[in-house]
Design a protein around this ligand. Structure first.
Ligand SMILES: Cc1cc2nc3c(=O)[nH]c(=O)nc-3n(C[C@H](O)[C@H](O)[C@H](O)COP(=O)(O)OP(=O)(O)OC[C@H]3O[C@@H](n4cnc5c(N)ncnc54)[C@H](O)[C@@H]3O)c2cc1C
Length: 411
């Protein structure tokens, strides 16, 4: 009997655990360690921010999403000891034959010079909820949305956020009284997805009157005078400030010998194996360079996105099962990713393509429309449904919809 330990019960951890359970039944032990037993669907934070959802509607007990054969441990992972094939969480040690690290990325707003609680973010459940209250009472002025640094989760989310805020404030009749600006240290929107998608998103932002400011590295904030300082020289005065905070790997990884110079975990891009044969890292914690993409002189990384955590979980689970069964573990991750990009007014674009494409990622944006928004809503319903009939219903619906428009839906 083998023991597979999964660290983290977010998108990657949940998919890994269920996929292993589907393929192994109850024959082997699957342990998932997670510090938070209430799971919220992160992509829906955007809808929490604009009032289309409540916290309750996008949160469910973690166990409802997991197969019965998965043993769930509610604790904080504090140490990984590859030499002894064990991890430590709380007071206990957990020995493994295979370890899957899916601990995601932590937010570190305190790294912003001048940070205080008056600054908003919708990158957390509580933050998105609080921002909605502020937007409800906002009567006009300059809204600054700032990407503090790279890397950050979901390359589309800052742009979606800007468009949903514009939509929300317009629906309050404030369009003439509001100026929305999006600042980023990057050269274009979503550079990780290649130039075509970046140009398409830029033109949508332009049409909505959202000012896009590339190559703006935030240095500090003065919340008393409501000023932003960029690049050591440029300043901008705001009335409402929303940031995408700096991201970092969880401490247990940063302090382990699995961390690279930036704290993330290097993996084989095809197998997600770390430098240890029986340890895999997937999702936001993994660091995978994109062929041919540099900024300014460092390789750009595969975006931190749920779609990749999901696909990687599937690959790792299949390969672990094959190893256990004495077969060749030759399932490979290929970075064909997609994203439904919310644009406001219940419309969305659909970006799809090969992030490993050369000379740069080949990601294309399909015409904005209602069907992509409906697809995103159905995906949310599928994700949050408990294991069982309801989940199968939404899965069938999504797959039938995908077939109709010629897009294979792998769930
Ligand atoms: C606003 C927003 C919108 C997004 N929209 C999209 C989208 O439309 N499409 C898309 O593909 N992606 C989207 N993303 C990105 C997506 O949410 C992440 O990329 C995805 O959740 C990564 O999955 P993961 O399993 O690697 O990490 P997570 O889902 O973050 O899971 C990590 C888990 O590890 C747990 N954990 C961390 N440290 C410890 C510890 N020491 N001990 C125990 N447990 C621990 C955490 O509690 C968490 O549950 C969005 C992100 C944001 C913020």
């Amino acid at each position: 009997m083998k023991t597979i330990v999964i660290l983290g019960g977010g998108i990657g951890g949940i998919v890994t655990a269920n996929e292993l359970s589907n393929r192994l039944g109850g024959e082997h032990k699957i342990i998932l360690i997670e510090k938070n037993m209430e799971h919220s669907f992160v992509p829906s934070y955007l809808w929490l921010m604009n009032g289309d959802r409540t916290k309750k509607q996008i949160s469910v007990p973690l166990k409802s999403l997991l197969k019965k054969s998965v043993e769930v441990v509610n604790d904080i992972v504090s140490e990984i000891v590859p030499a002894e094939w064990k991890v430590i969480a709380g007071e206990k040690e957990y020995r493994y034959d295979f370890l899957v690290i899916a601990l995601g990325a932590d937010l570190a707003p305190e790294k912003i010079q001048g940070w205080d609680e008056s600054i908003h973010t919708y990158y957390t459940l509580e933050g998105a909820d609080k921002l909605h209250e502020t937007l409800k009472n906002f009567s006009g002025g300059k809204v600054a949305l700032v990407i503090a640094s790279m890397p950050y989760k979901c390359p589309g989310a800052p742009h979606e956020g800007a468009m949903l805020i514009e939509d929300f404030l317009r629906s309050k009749g404030l369009q003439e009284k509001v100026e929305i600006s999006l600042f980023t240290p990057e050269t274009q929107p979503l550079p990780v997805a290649g130039p075509e998608l970046g140009n398409a998103v830029k033109s949508i932002l332009d049409k909505k009157g959202i000012r896009f400011h590339p190559l703006m590295q935030l240095n500090s904030v003065d919340t008393r005078s409501k000023q932003l300082f960029f690049n050591g020289k440029d300043t901008y005065e705001y009335d409402l400030l929303i940031v995408i905070p700096p991201h970092q790997a969880p401490e247990v990884i940063r302090t382990s010998d699995l961390a690279n110079a930036n704290g993330w975990v290097d993996v084989n891009p095809a197998s997600l194996q770390t430098k240890y044969e029986n340890i895999f890292a997937i999702g936001d914690i993994a660091s995978i360079p994109l062929p041919g993409r540099w900024f300014p002189d460092k390789p750009m990384m595969l975006p931190k996105a749920g779609v990749f955590a999901h696909l990687q979980a599937d690959v790792v689970a299949k390969n672990i099962v094959r190893k256990i069964q004495g077969e060749k573990a030759d399932e490979k991750f290929c970075a064909d990713g997609y994203c439904m990009l919310e644009a406001g007014e219940d419309l969305a674009g659909f970006a799809y393509g090969d992030f490993f494409g050369e000379p740069h990622p080949q990601v294309h944006l399909k015409q904005i429309g209602r069907k992509w928004h409906i697809g995103k809503v159905l995906f949310e319903k599928w994700w949050l449904s408990p294991i069982g009939f309801k989940k199968t219903f939404y899965k069938n619906l999504l797959q039938a919809g995908g077939k109709l428009i010629g897009i294979p839906v792998k769930l």
